[in-house]
Ligand binder design. Structure first.
Ligand SMILES: Nc1ncnc2c1ncn2[C@@H]1O[C@H](COP(=O)(O)OP(=O)(O)OP(=O)(O)O)[C@@H](O)[C@H]1O
Ligand SMILES: [Mg+2]
Length: 484
C-alpha cells in the first residue's frame, strides 16, 4: 500500500477529478442542447395553440356556442385544415371563410373560388351573394385579434419562464411578405428563435410569427437544478479528495517523523547514560570524595542528565499510554513556584554552559494547584530546555507566575528565534518539529516535548498558548486552575 500512496495517489486523484469534471461538462452540454431543442418545440406549440384559441375566440365572439362547436375549433384536425387552406396557393384558386352565428346554430362556410378565365387576375368571389363585413370592419377585427393572439402567446410564454425578449412579426396573408414587426431588422435577423407563421382568425389579413431574442438564458434557468446538483457534486468530490490528500500527506509526515524519532531517540537515551557513566567513573578514578566542590559539580551534572532521561521516558510512556495518562497521574497539593525554583536550580549547570540566564519573577505567596509534581516539573523542564536548545547561547528567559483566586498564570518568555504563526498550533502535535530551523542548527529532539506538555496541562484542566513572532522570541503562557 505504501508504494501506492506515495507514488500514484496524487496523479490518480487529480486524474479522477479531471475526468469527473470533464464527464459532467459533456453531460451538461448534451443536456443543454436537448433542452434547447425541447424549448423550441414548446415555443412552436405555444404559438399554434394560441392561434387555435384566438381563431376560436374570434369566431365565437361573446355569444354562447355548443360543445361541438368548441370541440371542433379547438381540435388539431381543424388546425391542419386551416393550415392546408393557408397553404393553398395555386394560380387561379382562391379560398375564403364565411361564418354566420345564429341563436339556434352557427354556420361556417369554406369558399374555394376557381377562376373561370385563364387571366393572371386572382380569382374573386366579390360577385357572389355573401354578406361580408366591410373592409374597415375586417381591419378592426384583425387589429383586435392580433392583440388577443399576442397576449395569449405572452401568457403561455410566462409559464415557460420567458417574460422578456419576446417580439412578433406580421406577414401579409396572401403574398406572405413581412409587413410589420416589433423589433429592428438587425435584431430580427440575429434572434435565437423564429416560429412558423400562423393565421389567427378566419378573415385573415396577416400571419403571426413569434420571435425570441434569447434562448440560452432560459435554458440555463430551466437547467438550474441540474447545474446546482452537478456543482455540488463537484465541490463534494473536491472536498473529499482534499481531505484524502491531506490524510495521505499527514500519514507520510507521520511516518517520516516516526523514523526520525527512532534515530533521535537513540541519541537522546545514549547521551545522558554516557555522561552519567563518565561522571561516576571520574568520581571513583580521581577520588573526588576528597574534593567536595568538584564532586558536587559532577553530581549536579549526573542529576541533570538523570532528569533528562526521566523526562524522555515520561514522554515515550505518555505516547504509548496517551488515553491512560490520567490513570498514572498522582494528584497532590503542589506549589508551582517551589517547583519552578527547583527546576531552574537543577538546570543551573546547563544554563551556565550556554551562558544563559533565567529571571524568575514570582508572587510573594505560594501558588497551589492540585497536580502531579513529577509531570508538572517535567513540563517546566521541557519549556526551559526548549528555550536553551532553540535560543542558542546567551539565552535570556523571563519566567513569571501570577496567582489569583481561581487561576495560576505562568509565562515562559525567551529571546529565541520565535515561532511563526502557521506553526503555533502544530508544535503541539506529536513528532512535529519546525522544518528547516532544527536541521540548520542541528538541534536534536523527538518532537514530543510540547505534545507532552499540552497533554499534561489539559489533564490538569488548564490550557497552554503561544505568543510569538518569527525572530522575536516566544512566550508560552500556561493557565492552571488554582487549588481551592
Ligand atoms: N522556545 C522555542 N523557540 C523556538 N522554537 C521552539 C521553541 N520551543 C519549541 N520550538 C519548536 O517547536 C518544535 C517542537 O518542540 P518540542 O519540544 O515538541 O520538540 P523537540 O524540542 O524538537 O523535541 P523534544 O522536546 O521531544 O526533545 C521544536 O522542534 C522547535 O522547532
Ligand atoms: Mg523540546
Amino acid at each position: 500500500m505504501k508504494w501506492f500512496s506515495s507514488r500514484y495517489a496524487y496523479p490518480l486523484i487529480v486524474l479522477s477529478l479531471v475526468v469527473s469534471i470533464a464527464l459532467q461538462a459533456v453531460w451538461l452540454r448534451q443536456l443543454f442542447v436537448s433542452q434547447k431543442d425541447q424549448l423550441k418545440k414548446d415555443l412552436e406549440r405555444v404559438v399554434s395553440t394560441s392561434a387555435i384559441h384566438t381563431i376560436y375566440a374570434s369566431i365565437a365572439g361573446s355569444g354562447k356556442r355548443g360543445d361541438r362547436f368548441k370541440e371542433f375549433f379547438l381540435s388539431p384536425q381543424w388546425l391542419q385544415m386551416r393550415q392546408a387552406f393557408d397553404d393553398l396557393k395555386i394560380n387561379g384558386v382562391h379560398s375564403k371563410f364565411h361564418y354566420g352565428l345564429g341563436s339556434d346554430s352557427s354556420v361556417v362556410q369554406i369558399e374555394i373560388v376557381f377562376n373561370n378565365h385563364s387571366t393572371k387576375k386572382e380569382a374573386s368571389a366579390t360577385d357572389l351573394r355573401w354578406n361580408d363585413e366591410s373592409p374597415g370592419e375586417v381591419v378592426r377585427i384583425d387589429n383586435r385579434d392580433i392583440k388577443t393572439m399576442d397576449s395569449t402567446v405572452s401568457r403561455q410564454l410566462a409559464r415557460l419562464g420567458i417574460n422578456q425578449s419576446k417580439q412578433y412579426a406580421l406577414y401579409g396573408y396572401g403574398k406572405d411578405t413581412l409587413t410589420s414587426m416589433t423589433i429592428p431588422q438587425s435584431a430580427y435577423n440575429t434572434a435565437a428563435y423564429h416560429s412558423g407563421k400562423y393565421s389567427y382568425n378566419l378573415k385573415s389579413m396577416h400571419k403571426y410569427r413569434l420571435i425570441v431574442n434569447e434562448l440560452n438564458g432560459v435554458v440555463i434557468y430551466q437547467m438550474r437544478y441540474y447545474l446546482f446538483s452537478s456543482l455540488l457534486m463537484t465541490l463534494l468530490t473536491c472536498l473529499v479528495f482534499y481531505f484524502l490528500l491531506k490524510l495521505i500527506r499527514n500519514q507520510r509526515l507521520y511516518a517520516d517523523a516516526k523514523s526520525t524519532f527512532t534515530s533521535n531517540m537513540t541519541h537522546e537515551f545514549k547521551t545522558p547514560v554516557a555522561t552519567i557513566s563518565v561522571a561516576l567513573e571520574s568520581i571513583t578514578k580521581y577520588q573526588l570524595v576528597n574534593d567536595p566542590e568538584k564532586l558536587q559539580n559532577y553530581l549536579d551534572i549526573s542529576r541533570h542528565e538523570l532528569q533528562r532521561l526521566n523526562l524522555m521516558i515520561e514522554k515515550v510512556l505518555n505516547l504509548s499510554q496517551e488515553e491512560e495518562t490520567s490513570n498514572i497521574m498522582h494528584e497532590e497539593l503542589y506549589d508551582v513556584q517551589a517547583g519552578l525554583k527547583q527546576v531552574v536550580a537543577s538546570m543551573q549547570v546547563q544554563l551556565d554552559n550556554s551562558k544563559s540566564t533565567i529571571h524568575l519573577s514570582l508572587a510573594n505567596e505560594p501558588c497551589f494547584v492540585n497536580g502531579d509534581p513529577l509531570h508538572l516539573t517535567n513540563v517546566f523542564y521541557n519549556l526551559i530546555d526548549n528555550a536553551i536548545k532553540y535560543a542558542g547561547p546567551q539565552m535570556e528567559m523571563q519566567i513569571s507566575c501570577q496567582c489569583s483566586a481561581n487561576n495560576i498564570t505562568l509565562s515562559f518568555k525567551d529571546n529565541g528565534p520565535g515561532i511563526a504563526g502557521v506553526y503555533q498550533e502544530k508544535v503541539f502535535d506529536r513528532f512535529f518539529r519546525i522544518p528547516g530551523v532544527n536541521d540548520r542548527h542541528n538541534v536534536k529532539g523527538s518532537g514530543l516535548g510540547l505534545h507532552y506538555v499540552k497533554q499534561i496541562i489539559s489533564k490538569h484542566g488548564g490550557s497552554i498558548s503561544i505568543k510569538s513572532e518569527q525572530g522575536r522570541g516566544s512566550n508560552f503562557i500556561i493557565i492552571l486552575p488554582a487549588a481551592v
